[in-house]
Design a protein around this ligand. Structure first.
Ligand SMILES: Nc1ncnc2c1ncn2[C@@H]1O[C@H](COP(=O)(O)OP(=O)(O)OP(=O)(O)O)[C@@H](O)[C@H]1O
Length: 249
C-alpha cells in the first residue's frame, strides 16, 4: 500500500479549480518534491491530504486512512504548514508537551524525544514564550511539533522558510533520516536546491494539474536545460502541454 494515493482528487472554490483530477502515488520511505508556480494549488493539495479541507471530488488515502477521516489521520501524519498554528502564550516546551499529550504519547518518552529535537535544532529558548520567537525559531518549533509522534507521512510547506543555513542543513538531514526509516515525506517549496538535494521524485503542478512527474535527474535530462530551474521554467511555460492537459478527459 502506498503512503499517499489519490484518485481524481479535486477542489473547487466557486468557479476556481484549485486542484483538478489529481492522481498521485507516493511510496513509503521516499521524499516527494511538490513544485509549481504561485497559485498552482500546492497548499490546497496539502490541505486536502492532511484533512484540513474536504475534496470536491475524487478520493485520497494517506497512510491507508481516508482523508475524510480527520481524527484517525491526525495520528498518522505530521504537517508543517506555511503559517504554523502555535499558541503564542505558551513556551515551546509547553506547546510540545501539550501536543504529545493530545497524541497520546508516553510522557517520559515524549519528553526525551522533544529534548533531543530541541538540541538537534539548537532551539535554546525552549522555556520562553513563543510570542517572543523569531520566524526561524517558530519554524523549528513547528517542525518538531510535526515529527514528535513519529508520523508515517510528513507534509511540509516551505519548510526552510526563515531557517538559517545551519538549521536548514539540520532539517535536510532529519528529513533524509526519516525517509531512511520508512517515513514518506511530501515537501513543497520554491527553493529548488532543496528538492534537487533531497527528492526521489518531483511532481510539477500548474493550474491544479500535474504537468510532469519523474525523478529529478530524468526530469532535467529529458529537457533542453541543465538544471531543475530550467526544467521548471520550460515546463511551466509550455503552452501546448498546458492546453493538452486542460483538454484531456
Ligand atoms: N480558501 C480559498 N478560497 C478561494 N480560493 C482559494 C482558497 N484557497 C486557495 N484558493 C485559490 O486556489 C488556487 C490555488 O491556491 P494555492 O494556495 O493552493 O496555491 P499554491 O500553489 O500553494 O501557491 P503559492 O506557491 O503562491 O503558495 C489559487 O487560485 C487560490 O487563489
Amino acid at each position: 500500500m502506498a503512503a499517499i494515493e489519490t484518485d481524481g482528487l479535486a477542489k473547487r472554490y466557486g468557479s476556481v479549480a484549485a486542484v483538478e483530477r489529481l492522481d498521485l502515488t507516493v511510496e513509503a520511505g521516499t521524499i516527494y518534491g511538490f513544485l509549481g508556480p504561485n497559485g498552482a494549488g500546492k497548499t490546497t493539495t496539502m490541505r486536502l491530504l492532511t484533512g484540513l479541507t474536504r475534496p470536491s471530488d475524487g478520493t485520497a488515502t494517506v497512510a491507508g486512512v481516508d482523508v475524510r477521516d480527520r481524527d484517525r489521520l491526525g495520528e498518522r501524519i505530521g504537517y508543517v504548514p506555511d503559517a504554523p498554528p502555535l499558541y503564542e502564550k505558551l513556551t515551546a516546551r509547553e506547546q510540545l508537551s501539550a501536543i504529545a499529550d493530545v497524541r497520546g504519547l508516553d510522557p517520559d518518552r515524549a519528553r526525551e524525544r522533544v529534548e533531543a529535537l530541541f538540541d538537534r535544532f539548537g532551539l535554546a529558548a525552549a522555556d520562553d514564550r513563543i510570542e517572543s520567537y523569531s520566524k526561524g525559531m517558530k519554524q523549528k518549533t513547528s517542525v518538531i511539533q510535526a515529527i514528535v509522534h513519529e508520523p508515517d507521512v510528513l507534509f511540509l510547506d516551505e519548510p526552510t522558510s526563515g531557517l538559517d543555513p545551519n538549521a536548514a542543513r539540520t532539517l535536510k538531514a532529519v528529513l533524509t533520516e526519516l525517509r531512511d526509516e520508512g517515513t514518506a515525506v511530501f515537501l513543497s517549496t520554491h527553493v529548488l536546491s532543496v528538492v534537487d538535494e533531497l527528492a526521489d521524485t518531483v511532481g510539477l503542478l500548474s493550474d491544479g494539474r500535474l504537468l510532469a512527474e519523474d525523478d529529478p535527474e530524468r526530469l532535467v535530462a529529458d529537457r533542453d536545460g541543465d538544471t531543475l530551474e530550467d526544467a521548471f521554467v520550460e515546463l511551466t511555460n509550455d503552452a501546448d502541454l498546458s492546453a493538452r492537459l486542460r483538454e484531456s478527459p
